[in-house]
Design a protein around this ligand. Structure first.
Ligand code: ARG
Length: 459
């Protein structure tokens, strides 16, 4: 059964019917479609197309379908309807009879699908916002737990300067905070209702579209029907937000995979989120993190797919646009699952304090401190940098840490260096010094945690 038989003499080809159908994936829009249809029935009543009785009967029928679907969404899949709009309309007519045929007055599947999709995005954005908040909370809890655990900070994957695990956590809070803000911003532009745009040029019935928009929980109605049915910018924005956030998640995963490597050994991951090898009994692999890292590519591909889909597509609706859904649904589910999984991994992490400290001590990550020491003694930084470089070279040649050089060895390069140099180059001293905003000092970290806890409403 379809919604458009009248103009056709011949039956649809079987292969075409299957090729054309979207029910197998757009059935997940059922609740949104019914919600929008009930609102549409009110609008039709208010403009005089439906009597109160007819509207009530339609609403009752739709509510019945809604409950049926709620109980068993997969039942929809048994039908051979073209899409979710057809399924609901056809089943409504089956349920309440001829009156059901009035519901589609002044409406097109073009504004219907745009409305359903926006409603679906809005619902899912709420879930994602919540997940982004929860993940930030987990980072703050981990930051609080590991205030004094020193780890090496890297540039070029070479030990650069010591930091703390807390500080590393706070870096990710910043990233997921931006993701949260970006998503809220996406929501702002998305939150405008296309319903009542008709096929492309507006509805021929005098519908109060602003009122209709508010009744659906949108902030307002769109300005131009031609744009409204063509627009999928909100999907691009949502998938761009998803891609950026997945990029953050993949960097988080990569950091932890490295921290967990046999070479670094800074952390131990919980048995509950790792897996074994079928051959090598000693293995405990960070699958959860590798999968997040891998799934990032899947979300990127959904962004590229919608961008390419819409490129040079003429206004207004074209069936190409049916291809916007599967990758969107998949990407949003993947993003949310990855956020949940990242939180779970972090929650169960165990740090190896001693190995982290020893690694931070290696690699001359306190070389900058020698230069800063000399600057304090009146040497210009560029000169101080050169002298410190020479001292590092000497230490490398002797296979020693800077702290293990004799004072006389330091003084060979500059006689302003005194015994207090040793206090200046401890890891603790390196960290303590970085007191200005955004620095790694304990005070700054504690202040940041305090602020974030207030923002995130954690007692
Ligand atoms: N299944 C279609 C889609 O997902 C719904 C809109 C169909 N509109 C049309 N004029 N054929 O895009």
């Amino acid at each position: 059964m379809s919604l458009w038989g009248g103009r056709f003499l011949d039956e649809s080809n079987k292969l075409f019917k299957k090729f054309n159908a979207s029910l197998s994936f757009d059935y997940i829009l059922a609740q949104e479609d019914i919600f929008a249809s009930i609102a549409w029935s009110y609008a039709l009543f208010e403009t005089g197309v439906l009597t109160k009785k007819e509207q009530e009967k339609i609403e009752l029928g739709l509510t019945f379908l809604k409950q049926e679907i709620y109980k068993n969404p997969e039942q929809i899949l048994k039908s051979d309807c073209e899409d979710i709009h057809s399924w609901i309309e056809i089943n409504l007519i089956k349920k309440i009879g001829e009156i059901g045929k009035k519901l589609h007055t002044g409406r097109s599947r073009n504004d219907q699908i745009a409305t359903d999709l926006k409603l679906w995005c809005k619902n899912n954005i709420q879930v994602l916002l919540e997940s982004l908040l929860n993940l930030q909370k987990q980072f703050i809890l981990s930051a609080e737990l590991h205030l004094d655990i020193i780890i090496p900070g890297y540039t070029h994957l070479q030990r650069a300067q010591p930091i703390t695990f807390s500080y590393w956590c706070l870096a990710y809070v910043e990233m997921f905070k931006r993701d949260f803000e970006r998503l809220k911003d996406t929501l702002k532009r998305l939150d405008i209702s296309p319903l009542g745009s008709g096929a492309l040029s507006g509805t021929a019935w005098n519908i109060d579209r602003e009122k209709l928009a508010l009744s659906l929980g949108f902030s307002s109605a769109t300005n131009n029907a031609l744009d409204s049915v063509s627009d999928r910018d909100y999907i691009i924005e949502l998938l761009a937000s998803a891609s950026i956030s997945m990029m953050h998640l993949s960097r988080f995963s990569e950091d932890l995979i490295f921290f967990n490597s046999s070479e670094a050994n800074f952390i131990e991951l919980s048995d509950s989120i790792t897996s074994g090898s079928s051959l090598m009994p000693q293995k405990k692999n960070p699958d959860s993190l590798e999968l997040i890292r891998g799934k990032c590519s899947r979300v990127y591909s959904s962004l590229f797919s919608i961008l390419v889909l819409l490129k040079a597509l003429p206004l207004s609706y074209n069936k190409d646009m049916q291809e916007d859904k599967e990758s969107l649904f998949d990407a949003i589910k993947t993003w949310n699952n990855s956020l949940l999984m990242a939180g779970l991994v972090l929650k169960n992490i165990k740090l190896n304090r001693v190995l982290c400290y020893q690694a931070a001590e290696k690699g001359y990550s306190n070389a900058t401190e020698v230069a800063d020491y000399l600057v304090k003694k009146g040497v210009a930084f560029r000169e101080a940098h050169y002298i410190s470089g020479k001292i590092v070279l000497q230490a490398i040649n002797e296979n020693k840490a800077l702290k293990d050089l004799d004072l006389s060895q330091f003084q060979k390069y500059n006689n302003l260096i005194e015994n207090d140099i040793y206090d200046h180059i401890t890891l603790e001293a390196c960290i303590k010094k970085r007191v200005s905003k955004g620095g790694v000092s304990l005070h700054q970290v504690q202040e940041a945690i305090k602020k974030e806890k207030i923002r995130l409403n954690i007692a």
